[in-house]
Design a binder for this molecule. Sequence first.
Ligand SMILES: [Zn+2]
Length: 211
Amino acid sequence: MSPPCENRPERSKPKSKHALKTTPVQIQEAQLIKEEKAAAKREEKRVKEERGAARKEKLRVEEERLRKMQEEAEAWRRRDQDVEWRRKEWVRMGVERDEREKMSAGKWQVAAKEFSDDETGKVPFPIPKLGTQACKRDGCVMGEKLGVCHHDVERVLMEGNGVYDVVYLKKERLKWHPDRFPGRGDVQIMAQEMFQIIQRLIDGPGSPGMA
Ligand SMILES: [Zn+2]
């Protein structure tokens, strides 16, 4: 085994001589400066990255906000369309109902005539009710047995006849005089209610209970 290179330090001597030219303090300082620069660079990079991330986050939040706004606007648009559709549907149904009920007023007139012309007592009492909805107006004068109010009677009389005046109403009132239906139980009661309701219609809006 040959001895380890003992002359190595000899060879590196000039190097260490060269190193000796810069003092250890200088080396330390240089190293420090280098480290500081590297640290500054790292910090700069970190700040840059942080700013980039913040920008990205801000953008994402903004996009999210816009998306939500669009969604909401779309939902409102759909709701409006729906409300509009339902409104139209109501109008359509209302028109149809009015048409039907006008027809009913005419039919009521026919039924009423059949009833008053009848001598067998078998024709049912023509109840002046148009449609199925209850009257929602104030101050209704109700016929308990008939289950209708003076507004209902007013409508059938008005819509079922070309003329609506006191002469016509007095003629109608006479038709339903209870004395014309002696001993006919419910029919007589309903006739009396019709008579009283028509009397109220003749008396007009000034009479008690009229609206
Ligand atoms: Zn009423």
